[in-house]
Design a protein around this ligand. Structure first.
Ligand code: ADP
Ligand code: MG
Length: 285
């Protein structure tokens, strides 16, 4: 994120490929039906620029990959998009609504939900209860309301419970429903996170490294679920370090380097792009 690195990068904010039909510079702009637009997003932590004029669009119905070396700013972008961080500049548009600066639950109400790279620990709850701590709520809020304000428990909560059961069954983890949420494996927790995110019925789901630390059997199950949900209409943005996993699922793939979009393309195009290879080698990934 040095100045010299930025100075040598000629960024095309509109994301055009060069006149020779060479590699795509920046993101592909002007998509027909972008369900998510990130425009000129910026975020610094002290002197460190984590997000640097990041611009890209996510076409509805796609599984869009977001890759880049460690520290490229992938998780930060997710935090900015989903309202967990406030950007220093730029905008985030979901379904045509400017959601910049909104709280996570408000962004979720506009149809966008994310999972975390490291699932949050849900102490003192069973898996079923953890499912009901929906992403639209502060952790604990919704579930605690079931007990603290029984008068307010209405149709929506019982519908949630039925939905939670159905999704757990879909994900073949209904046998875990009564287990303490802290007693299941990391991989199972990732499935629960995905299942829980689905309960909000998001149009766009951001997944941050869903298979990191997950055994191959569960990773395969996750892959199947992501495909199935995508076929039913959910748009995914997928950060994943496991190249085989992301290249197999995602198209297009957006490559982030030093906080900005280096290129976007098919898995094949991205894989054979020298600049992408250089970014990974330089990033110590
Ligand atoms: P990636 O997910 O691509 O590995 P991150 O978005 O986690 O990268 O991090 C990008 C950069 O921003 C890193 O240098 C990281 O240390 C820094 N960063 C991320 N979040 C914070 C934070 N909350 N405070 C300070 N620095 C942060
Ligand atoms: Mg990350």
């Amino acid at each position: 994120m040095s100045d010299s690195a930025n100075a040598t990068t000629e960024r095309t904010e509109s994301g055009e490929s060069d006149a020779t039909g060479g590699p795509q510079i920046g993101a592909v702009a002007g998509k027909d039906d972008a369900v998510l637009r990130v425009d000129d997003l910026q975020k610094s932590f002290g002197g460190l620029t984590a997000t640097d004029h990041a611009t890209f669009e996510v076409e509805r119905g796609t599984i869009t990959g977001l890759i880049g070396p460690n520290g490229a700013g992938k998780s930060t972008i997710f935090n900015l998009i989903s309202g967990f961080y406030e950007p220093d500049g730029g905008t985030v548009t979901v379904n045509g609504t400017d959601v910049t600066g909104m709280e996570p639950y408000e962004v979720a109400e506009h149809g966008l939900v994310r999972t975390f790279q490291t699932p949050r620990k849900l102490e003192g709850m069973t898996v079923r209860e953890a499912m009901l701590v929906g992403p639209r709520n502060q952790p604990g809020e919704s579930f605690l309301n079931l007990f603290t304000s029984p008068g307010t428990v209405g149709d929506s909560e019982s519908a949630n419970l039925a939905d939670a059961e159905r999704i757990l069954a879909d994900f073949e983890i209904d046998h875990l429903a009564t287990q303490p949420a802290t007693d299941i494996s990391g991989g199972q927790m990732k499935l629960v996170e995905l299942a829980r995110a689905m309960l909000a019925e998001p149009e766009v789901l951001l997944l941050d490294e869903p298979v990191a630390g997950v055994n191959p059997t569960l990773a395969k199950k996750l892959k199947t679920q992501i495909r199935r949900l995508n076929e039913r209409g959910t748009t995914f943005v997928l950060i994943e370090h496991d190249m085989e996993f992301v290249m197999d699922l995602a198209d297009p793939i957006v490559v982030l380097d030093q906080g900005s979009v280096l290129t976007e393309g098919t898995p094949e195009a991205v894989r054979s792009d020298d600049r992408v290879i250089d970014a990974y080698l330089g990033g110590g990934a």
